[in-house]
Design a protein around this ligand. Structure first.
Ligand SMILES: NC(=O)C1=CN([C@@H]2O[C@H](COP(=O)(O)OP(=O)(O)OC[C@H]3O[C@@H](n4cnc5c(N)ncnc54)[C@H](OP(=O)(O)O)[C@@H]3O)[C@@H](O)[C@H]2O)C=CC1
Ligand SMILES: N[C@@H](CC=O)C(=O)O
Length: 350
């Protein structure tokens, strides 16, 4: 059975998923029974298009990349243009909403409203937007349950690296007492480039060009993005709700080239580290730059690669490392959520 998909937001990550769906159309159908059809795209500046029978993905991508707008999309008379994001969610025939708008590090909006609206209308959501999960996880998960729909958000922590599904599924049965990690690709990339002698400003610019940084990179460099991720790990993995503002937060913007290079000469490395510790049902969490020794398991993690260490009471410490940012990698995180959506659908759970 076909799964109709609507994109809300069509920037780097949205386009990357669209390309993956196009390239792997046949193998996704054959291996996982996932027959995904993109029926709508609604983006703030690029405009919106909707066709209930499906859109031409190659043309969609060409329009946004070559003309910066969906206005030029030519799908004939049955194409509807100009629907708002909310109308696209409520009025299209999409089964799954791919929410890939920017992450707002204060309010989580408009993404939280997009998720609520989708669930209320019986539609599933897969998202890489950290806002809804950091600020409203419990409410949204309950809404999804009540409406028998799916809520997938693997890419909200460490993009395509399974930082959420692995502890929830493969490490199930353990109590995870502490999580420590490098959870932001942009800042780790900047610190690595500074070790090579590049200035902070140049390295940030490169991280933006490579698609790692948030729309407003202040979120990365001041630690707000990693703070949201720390809140997600507490809320979802440890099951202990905390507000993102409960996470002590300091970014890397005051770390100088000199500090980075001097540390390197002493065999140490500056890293933006997140720490989430639970004791007696309470969590203490922080995000801050630390100068770590070379024998620390996180010291060798470079560039946009991230790593996360789960202290588990039965299995002992488990270290997971992989991409923390990147368009294709994050597009993949949405794909794996869609595959899980499909598995649940097959079991008639949604
Ligand atoms: N890039 C990465 O490596 C990762 C990104 N993420 C998250 O994934 C999400 C998408 O990231 P990315 O694609 O890189 O970001 P982009 O900034 O490239 O894309 C976001 C898109 O959302 C659009 N948009 C903003 N507000 C609205 C709205 N109200 N309705 C419809 N569209 C809207 C923007 O429109 P326009 O620009 O036209 O105004 C833009 O095209 C973000 O939440 C990010 O935090 C998560 C993990 C990794
Ligand atoms: N801007 C973020 C993207 C992934 O969440 C990062 O650099 O880690």
């Amino acid at each position: 059975m076909t799964t109709n998909i609507a994109f809300i937001g069509f920037g780097g990550v949205g386009q990357a998923l669209a390309e993956i769906l196009l390239e792997r159309e046949q193998s996704l159908q054959k291996q996982y029974g996932l027959d995904a059809k993109i029926v709508a795209v609604a983006d703030m500046m690029k405009g919106s298009v909707y066709h209930p029978d499906g859109l031409d993905v190659k043309e969609l991508i060409a329009c946004v990349r070559e003309k910066g707008s969906l206005e030029a999309y030519d799908g004939g008379a049955s194409v509807t243009k100009g629907l708002s994001s909310i109308d696209t969610i409520t009025q299209s025939n999409a089964d799954v909403i791919v929410e890939v708008t920017f992450t707002d590090v204060k309010t989580g909006e408009p993404a939280i409203t997009h998720c609520r609206t989708a669930f209320k209308h019986g539609k599933s959501v897969v998202t890489t937007n950290k806002g809804p999960v950091a600020l409203a996880y419990r409410e949204l998960a309950e809404m999804a349950d009540q409406n028998d729909v799916y809520f997938g958000f693997e890419g909200t922590v460490m993009s395509g690296t399974p930082a959420l599904r692995m502890p929830m599924e493969t490490l199930a049965g353990n109590t995870i007492t502490e999580i420590r990690g490098i959870l932001n690709g942009t800042t780790n990339y900047i610190l690595t480039e500074m070790e090579k002698g590049q200035s902070y400003e140049e390295a940030l610019q490169k991280a933006q060009q490579l698609g790692y940084a948030e729309a407003d990179p202040t979120s990365d460099v001041e630690g707000y993005d990693a703070r949201y991720k720390a809140a997600i790990l507490s809320n979802y993995i440890m099951g202990i709700p905390i507000a993102h503002t409960d996470v002590e937060c300091e970014g890397i913007s005051r770390i100088t080239l000199n500090q980075v290079q001097s540390a390197l000469k002493e065999g140490k490395r500056w890293k933006l580290l997140a720490s989430i510790k639970q004791e007696n049902g309470k969590v203490r969490a922080s995000v801050k730059p630390e100068c770590i020794e070379s024998n620390d398991p996180l010291a060798s993690v470079s560039g946009a690669t991230n790593a996360i260490l789960y202290e588990c009471d039965l299995s002992g410490p488990i270290l997971l490392t992989g991409a923390g940012a990147g368009l294709k990698e994050t597009g993949f995180s949405l794909l794996i959520d869609l595959i899980h959506y499909q598995k649940k659908k097959k079991l008639a759970k949604i």
